[in-house]
Ligand binder design. Structure first.
Ligand code: ADP
Ligand code: ZN
Length: 765
């Protein structure tokens, strides 16, 4: 069967005992673009083959053996029965997994992801099931001993030494899983006599896979529940109502920064745990995880934390624990939405607006939408929390599809911090004298440190200088493989491409005209660090960006030093803007609010508004209050103005009409196609062909799909490949999928050209 006929299949509820006189298994292949294909199930496998297990099957003319996932079991009563021709099927060769790797509800989820995001189901399943689980990482095969039947009954008739008898009685007398070594130690002999008994068939050894070691999360000091304020109580009871009633609802928990959203999540989860069920909590960044982990571990006994720094064996161990129902709360980034909790009771997405919830390789799923599907399917509540909700979520809340519950005030009646902007256009002289930190911001930093407070400085650009340019010929040093200017990093004195791994020693002269007076300009976090250090030589400063946070555990260490008060100024990229809760931070400085404002992306204003609001929210969390200074070259920009007023609703009021007018999300549905190849004319030709096919197919189906483009992508060249993109719009549900799925199967692959489909794209570059 092909993708097209898979498309409208309702999720099967087929049970093995409904079998008729034939039985077929539908098998999906992990990495292959083809399939799923149907196979017959030989009688010997009828009871052992489970939905979601892997099997070995013969493939193609040569009957090459391939492994695949059983995604459906079909008999004469199955709604899909007519698509199967039982007489023509090849039989399954063997069953690989005795226990399914993926349970029935995750399999349904996989099918939905495959259809919605237009990705082969085998590839989706490989994303859901961690590699370590697939190849049993961290487990070891061991032999366990038992007595053959009737040994004890017939012991009188066997010729045995006293030692051998002693071995047999030890084995018989306990229920322990004995290994040969343990048994030998207990009896006080070598393994020799045990081996002899095995050879005689008196002792039987069975192989079983066991976990080598456990990976428990260390305990934290217990914390008692806080007394909730009225807004928190109201929000909690709205959620609890659905937990008690066992019904689905998607909530937008819209709470300003510091309003105590996490406390509401924790209390709702306590309720879920009382019912013996599990909760999943998704958080955007690994850097948020240490604090979040501690907060949850202090309230719950059995917590699993899934993040990208886990080894395959650790991940596999957590997965098994979760699947066995041994875990109450699962905390993790995007992929934790696939946790195999057997009796899920609640899903929480904290900072739901965050871009990291969208995966940038196939399947290009958005964890928020996957969570929504999973919560509906399992009839459980979903809580989306944010101070700056995505406009998609906001729109659904406005329409009543989601239910908004609001925390308008900070906890303990703390005020939101004062935000002032500093107009960098008029401060040219100052910049020459003091560098990137304006005099006013400098004075505030001095004062804050003198008062015993701490400072957060945000600059969302890493590296030292962001631009290397020749003043004589104008040449900008760029990556030879990407259409991206190189960034100067002072560590190792290199010029590197932030998109690929390309790096060279920083050029001493222009590579075009040999002019030695080459200029390094543009501000990155490394240069900012150097500037701030020069300005405050006695103040301990720490930089946090992906360059300093490479090693596992480095976030944790860095944040602990800041929390203890040892570090006075924390500076870094957006990773310091989110979630951190440090009451002693009384000043936040945004060094350049405009870094993302003018990118060719329809979400540029939304992202800038969100980032400034989020980082501003890091201050004023304690008794000492807090203030925020925002440096900008565009102080009248509506997104910046709204952020300085903490005015989310005001921001939506001016942003939403613009989106509506252009038919952009959340008003229209959007897919992005990116076509890339080493020969640009060939890539463009393919793009044109795809646009044409989409238009034609749309007419055939009578839908409303429109194509914008193709045009060169904003990043025209990446890793040596030219890139074109087009945007595909529609207002009808599933229209994009219907049309693009058809085009995926009808347009033959073209040599040297790849094209990808991104449904609900976040990345427009
Ligand atoms: P948000 O996620 O909304 O920014 P948090 O959940 O991090 O806010 O809460 C901010 C701080 O307020 C935390 O230190 C938390 O312990 C504290 N807090 C939350 N609820 C209460 C409450 N009802 N009373 C006192 N402190 C609270
Ligand atoms: Zn590059």
């Amino acid at each position: 069967m092909d993708q097209q006929s898979l498309f409208n299949v309702s999720p099967p509820q087929w049970q093995l005992d409904d079998q008729g006189d034939w039985l077929a298994a539908r098998i999906a292949f992990a990495t292959a673009p083809f399939g799923p294909y149907d196979y017959s199930i030989p009688t010997e496998f009828e009871t052992t083959l489970k939905l979601g297990a892997r099997v070995g099957v013969p493939l193609g003319r040569g009957n090459r053996k391939m492994a695949g996932y059983c995604i459906d079991i079909i008999g004469p009563q199955h709604p899909d029965a007519s698509t199967v021709n039982p007489a023509k099927l090849k039989p399954i060769a063997n069953v690989i997994d005795a226990k399914p790797l993926i349970n029935a509800s995750l399999l349904k989820l996989a099918k939905w992801i495959s259809q919605y995001y237009l990705c082969p189901i085998g590839q989706v399943i490989e994303t859901i099931v961690p590699t370590g689980v697939r190849n049993q990482s961290g487990t070891r095969e061991m032999l366990f001993l038992s007595l053959a039947d009737d040994v004890i009954k017939n012991i009188g008739t066997l010729k045995l030494s006293e030692l051998q008898k002693s071995i047999i009685y030890t084995l018989h007398g306990t229920v322990q899983d004995w290994t040969a070594r343990e048994l030998a130690e207990t009896v006080g002999c070598t393994v020799g006599p045990i081996s002899t008994l095995r050879k005689k068939g008196i002792i039987i050894a069975t192989a079983r896979r066991v976990q080598q070691k456990t990976h428990e999360i260390p305990a934290e000091k217990r914390i008692d529940n806080l007394t909730l304020n009225a807004e928190q109580e109201q929000s909690l009871s709205a959620i609890e109502h659905h937990i008690d009633a066992d019904t689905h609802e998607t909530f937008l928990l819209h709470g300003v920064t510091g309003s105590g959203k996490t406390e509401v999540y924790i209390r709702a989860i306590q309720k879920v745990v009382q019912y013996g069920r599990q909760a999943i909590v998704l958080v955007p960044e690994i850097s948020l995880t240490p604090q979040t982990r501690q907060r949850f571990r202090a309230r719950f006994d059995r917590v699993a934390v899934l993040h990208s720094h886990l080894t395959a064996a650790q991940r596999a161990w957590h997965w098994q624990q979760i699947a066995a129902g041994n875990v109450q709360v699962i905390i993790g980034a995007r992929s934790a939405i696939f946790a195999p909790a057997p009796n899920l009771g609640l899903i929480v997405l904290d900072e739901e607006h965050d871009g990291s919830f969208k995966q940038d390789k196939a399947p290009r799923y958005h964890a928020r939408d996957v969570a929504d599907f999973r919560a509906r399917q399992q009839k459980i509540p979903l809580v989306l929390g944010s101070a700056t909700p995505s406009l998609e979520t906001w729109h659904l809340a406005q329409q009543g599809t989601y239910r908004r519950i609001a925390l308008e005030k900070r906890v303990l009646d703390l005020p939101l911090p004062d935000v002032a902007t500093i107009d960098m256009r008029v401060d040219f002289e100052g910049r020459k004298r003091f560098g990137p930190i304006n005099q006013k911001l400098r004075q505030e930093i001095t004062k804050t440190i003198a008062d015993g407070g701490q400072v957060i400085l945000l600059l969302n650009r890493r590296g030292f200088s962001t631009r290397i340019q020749c003043p004589a010929c104008g040449n900008v040093e760029s990556c030879p493989d990407c259409s991206i200017p190189l960034t100067h990093h002072n560590i190792g004195n290199k010029a590197v491409c932030h998109y690929c791994d390309y790096g060279i020693p920083a050029p001493q002269k222009c590579t075009e005209c040999n002019n030695p007076a080459i200029r390094f300009s543009g501000l990155g976090t490394q240069k900012l660090e150097a500037n701030v250090t020069a300005m405050f030589p006695d103040v301990p400063i720490l930089r946090m960006d992906t360059d300093t946070m490479r090693k596992p555990g480095s976030h944790e260490k860095a944040l602990a030093r800041f929390r203890s008060g040892e570090i006075k100024i924390l500076l870094g990229t957006q990773m310091i803007a989110k979630g951190l809760d440090f009451p002693n931070v009384t000043l936040v400085g945004v060094v350049n609010a405009d870094t993302a404002l003018h990118l060719p992306d329809f979400r540029a204003a939304e992202r800038s508004f969100g980032l400034v609001t989020q980082v501003a929210g890091r201050t004023g969390r304690g008794e000492k209050g807090g203030r925020v200074l925002v440096q900008t070259f565009d102080p009248e920009n509506p997104a910046i103005v709204a952020a300085t007023r903490h005015d989310y609703i005001g921001f939506t009021a001016q942003e939403m009409p613009q989106r509506e007018e252009l038919g952009y999300p959340p008003f229209g549905r959007l897919a992005r196609l990116v076509i890339r190849g080493e020969i640009d004319s060939k890539a463009l030709q393919t793009a044109d062909k795809l646009a044409e096919e989409i238009t034609k197919t749309n007419e055939e189906f009578g839908l409303d799909v429109r194509v914008l483009g193709p045009a060169p992508a904003p990043v025209e060249k990446l890793r040596g490949k030219y890139r074109f993109h087009m945007l595909v719009f529609s207002n009808q549900p599933n229209a994009l999928q219907t049309v693009i799925a058809r085009v995926q199967s009808s347009v033959k692959p073209i040599d040297g050209i790849q094209w990808i489909v991104d449904i609900d794209p976040q990345d427009m570059l």
